[in-house]
Design a protein around this ligand. Structure first.
Ligand code: ADP
Length: 196
């Protein structure tokens, strides 16, 4: 049986203003699986994802990563975030850093890699998202699709156990969506074949 990676149990989120955005959501994700959460705008999808990697705390419920409860005060938030990669609709790249430096930043500061190790790792993931020719560009000079692929590379570089994508193509023009979707699909297929 495939190993359980993520288990969300009876998650609730009531925002400070009183909006009950998530009401008793439970699901699990096993090794190699891709799971999509579908629903109307304002339905609570982003809230669920943000509770999983602790950008916000749920009002109630349990999130377990490989069986270990991660939404307790005792769990190290930075450790959780380095094990769960996240890609946002709005890319969230550092505008003043070149593509390569956006990807090496977390490797240097969180993974504590040397400059050379971080560069080698960054180049290998940038190759996987087909951006080796843009490593010296600044985000402002990239297309939306390229920016999102940098964000995917940055998350992937940390070797997360789970990747969360929050509407990764909704800010993109339709003609740029294809490259991002193809990248995500390819990565999911590669992960699946690695898990076999
Ligand atoms: P989705 O991702 O499905 O569009 P969200 O999780 O972004 O939905 O939002 C769910 C509900 O929670 C919405 O009604 C939204 O207005 C509300 N909401 C989201 N973020 C906040 C916040 N920081 N404070 C208060 N209400 C919020």
């Amino acid at each position: 049986m495939p190993e359980n990676v993520l288990r969300v149990t009876d998650l609730h989120k009531i925002y400070a203003g009183g909006v009950h955005a998530v009401r008793g959501v439970s699901f699990e994700v096993n090794e190699g699986e891709s799971v999509a959460i579908i629903g109307p705008s304002g339905g609570g999808k982003s809230t669920v994802l943000r509770c999983i990697n602790r950008l916000i705390e749920p009002t109630e419920g349990v999130v377990r990563l490989r069986g270990e409860r991660i939404n307790t005060p005792g769990a190290d938030v930075n450790d959780v975030r380095s094990r769960i990669g996240m890609v946002f609709q709005s890319f969230e790249l550092f505008a003043h850093l070149k593509v390569l430096d956006n990807v090496t930043l977390g490797l240097r500061h969180v993974r504590k890699m040397s400059k050379e190790e971080a560069k080698e790792r960054a180049l290998s993931v940038l190759e996987r998202v087909d951006l080796l020719d843009r490593i010296d560009a600044y985000p402002g000079n990239l297309s939306g699709g390229q920016k999102q692929r940098v964000a995917i590379a940055r998350a992937l570089a940390m070797s997360p156990e789970v990747m969360l994508f929050d509407e990764p193509t909704s800010a993109l023009d339709p003609e740029l969506m294809g490259s991002v979707l193809a990248t995500i699909r390819r990565l999911a297929d590669q992960t699946l074949s690695m898990g076999k």
